[in-house]
Design a protein around this ligand. Structure first.
Ligand code: FAD
Length: 567
């Protein structure tokens, strides 16, 4: 097998996971790290999908031995006078690498564990070794300046975080004007205040000036951070970080109620918390991963997951290109699209949730600034589904803004608790009623569909890639598409399913009959998911007996949670 030589910039989660995946796939890899580990990092609350990647890379024993705090859920006190709601990670264990929980970590400990594993597997790592320049001008190789020398390789993965040397050189970074926040945080000695289902959860709590994260870490430590508007910089300068932090935190009364008389045990840290992405995430012989490529507000603790997911994707893309040189452009197109869509899901989540909260914090400048209220808001223009909504109802485009808000409301409604008070009695079980109701409503709606309509005339199969979960190889698959280029990339299909959908363009097919055919074709585990995803992608719509369109309420979705992880 052809082996690629790959240089990885940075030994954070993105860099280490890229190195481990490339090594597993049989390639030669070297890591250059600017700092010296263990080094401090913010970003302590994870998603289950990260555990899945680490498990499949063979790190389970080390993770278990480290004794990190188990995170079963994220609980939101989101909006004044709103009952708390919980996003629970509970999910059926359909494979040993599907997790119903995540972990909370001290990053210096977690990152050092990862880097230790990289070294143990024999991958060369250089610390105190900043990459100062990357030369991509030669089509056959990449040249990096590092320490006092020059390094050549076939590919470079820039996992250098927000200071990425390559993003700077390529000038591809684009900041999002709407989410220029500021984060200020410290640590408290605070025994986990709750037992039962609240134990280990991350709290996100709104208040007038922004929101607060509270993350329980090992050893009775709580990480407590404030996310506030960038204009706070002037006040921080005037008061100093510690006084600003203490005074602002005191205004977040629902957070301080949980902390009680906990003692602050560390310095106050500050960072710009600005959302950004890149015009492109890869090309020719380079890949940007993790914070080097994009970053969005930490509301849903997705940073490390985006880092590890993109790292696996970049490594398997390099492996594929090395074995199939002729697919280079297609593989880059896949990497860029899949990464961007994952990032956009989180961005959409952020916009929906900030907008939702803005209606419950009416006097607040922070929340008003972040509310989406007009259909021409730039944040909505970037969302494909939003364009479709507008086309569906040309008479009334503002209805789509309401629909946008509904997505957050739907998600919150599924996780809303009946009781307002947080206590040891707080139970995730009480959410089952809402979950069952949601699923039964959805099923009822789908069963009402007596006629399905395919958008366009042709049902086509289009090549697309998927990372095989256990081998980490990038495999060429096929997905459904129409002649206008609309497609649904989540679930791969074969000719047999294509023929089933081609029938929909010619005959009257209802939902139940379609599901039966898909089940019979071997897709029983995902048949209704395929139909729902096709509807979300705008390829399929449904009508009831009276020929009225049946609207299926979308939920917000993101990779890294649930049964299906994207990698
Ligand atoms: C306020 C805040 C709160 C957050 N909370 C969370 C959270 O709860 N959960 C979560 O998952 N994420 C969170 N994040 C995001 C998370 O910190 C990052 O997304 C994550 O660390 C990205 O990992 P990475 O490997 O891409 O980059 P990093 O962890 O930043 O690692 C990059 C590495 O590259 C090295 N490097 C940089 N430049 C060079 C160079 N020129 N040459 C060689 N090496 C270089 C650096 O020293 C560093 O070790 C938060 C972020 C912020 C700002």
């Amino acid at each position: 097998m052809k082996r690629a030589k790959v240089t990885v910039i940075g030994a954070g989660p993105a860099g280490c996971v890229a190195a481990l995946t490339l090594h597993k796939l049989g390639h030669e890899v070297v890591v250059y790290e600017k700092g010296r580990f263990p080094r401090y990092r913010v970003g302590e609350s994870f998603l289950p999908g990260t555990l899945s990647i680490l498990n499949r890379l063979g790190l389970q024993e080390k993770i278990d031995a480290a004794g990190f705090v188990e995170k079963p859920s994220a609980t939101f006190l989101w909006g004044q006078d709103q009952a708390p709601w919980t996003f629970s990670f509970a999910t059926p264990k359909t494979a040993p690498w599907v997790f119903g929980h995540a972990i909370q970590v001290k990053r210096e400990e977690f990152d050092a564990l990862l880097l230790g594993e990289v070294r143990e597997r024999g991958i060369p790592v250089f610390e105190d070794a900043a990459v100062t320049d990357v030369d991509l001008s030669d089509p056959d190789r990449v040249t990096l300046k590092v320490l006092s020398g020059v390094v050549e390789s076939d590919y470079v993965i820039d996992a250098g975080g927000s200071g990425s040397p390559l993003a700077r050189r390529l000038k591809v970074r684009r900041y999002d004007e709407f989410y220029k926040n500021f984060a200020v945080w410290s640590y408290f000695r605070c025994k986990q205040p709750f037992e039962g289902d609240l134990k280990g959860t991350t709290f996100s709590i709104t208040f007038e000036h922004g929101w607060v994260w509270m993350i329980p870490l090992k050893g009775d430590v709580y990480s407590v951070g404030l996310v506030v508007d960038r204009s706070a910089a002037a006040e921080v300068k005037k008061l100093g970080p510690e006084r600003f932090y203490r005074e602002t935190l005191a205004k977040a009364v629902r957070a301080t109620a949980i902390l009680g008389d906990a003692e602050m045990i560390d310095e106050v840290r500050i960072v710009h918390d600005w959302s950004y992405d890149s015009e492109r995430f890869s090309g020719d012989r380079y890949f940007l991963c993790g914070d080097a490529a994009c970053f969005t507000d930490p509301l849903f603790s997705q940073g490390v997951h985006l880092a590890t997911q993109s790292a696996v994707s970049a490594a398997s893309a390099i492996d594929r290109i090395t074995r199939h040189e002729d697919e280079r452009d297609e593989v880059h197109a896949w990497y860029n699209r899949s990464y961007r869509e994952t990032y956009e899901q989180y961005h959409e989540f952020l916009a929906s949730f900030y907008t939702f909260a803005s209606f419950t914090e009416p006097e607040s400048e922070f929340w008003l600034k972040r509310r989406i209220s007009e259909s021409d808001d730039a944040r909505l223009n970037r969302l494909k589904w939003f364009d479709r909504l507008i086309q569906d109802d040309p008479e009334n485009p503002t209805a789509s803004v309401a629909d946008f808000r509904d997505r957050a409301s739907t998600m919150i409604a599924i996780g809303r608790h009946q009781r307002k008070e947080l206590s040891d009695e707080f139970s995730e079980k009480e959410l089952n009623v809402a979950r069952v109701r949601w699923i039964s409503d959805l099923t009822k709606q789908l069963n009402r569909i007596t006629r399905l309509k395919w958008t366009g005339d042709e049902v086509l199969l289009k090549p697309y890639y998927k990372v095989e979960p256990l081998s980490f190889r990038l495999e060429r698959k096929q997905v459904l598409a129409n002649e206008d280029g609309l497609d649904m990339i989540k679930f791969p299909v074969e000719e047999e399913q294509r023929e089933i959908f081609q029938l929909v363009t010619k005959e009257t097919v209802g939902y139940k009959s379609l599901i039966k055919q898909l089940n019979d074709s071997g897709k029983q585990e995902v048949s209704s998911q395929i139909v729902i995803r096709l509807m979300e992608a705008g390829l399929l719509s449904g009508y009831d007996k009276a020929d009225n369109r049946v609207i299926i309420q979308d939920r917000l979705r993101f990779d890294g949670v649930g049964v299906e992880y994207e990698v």
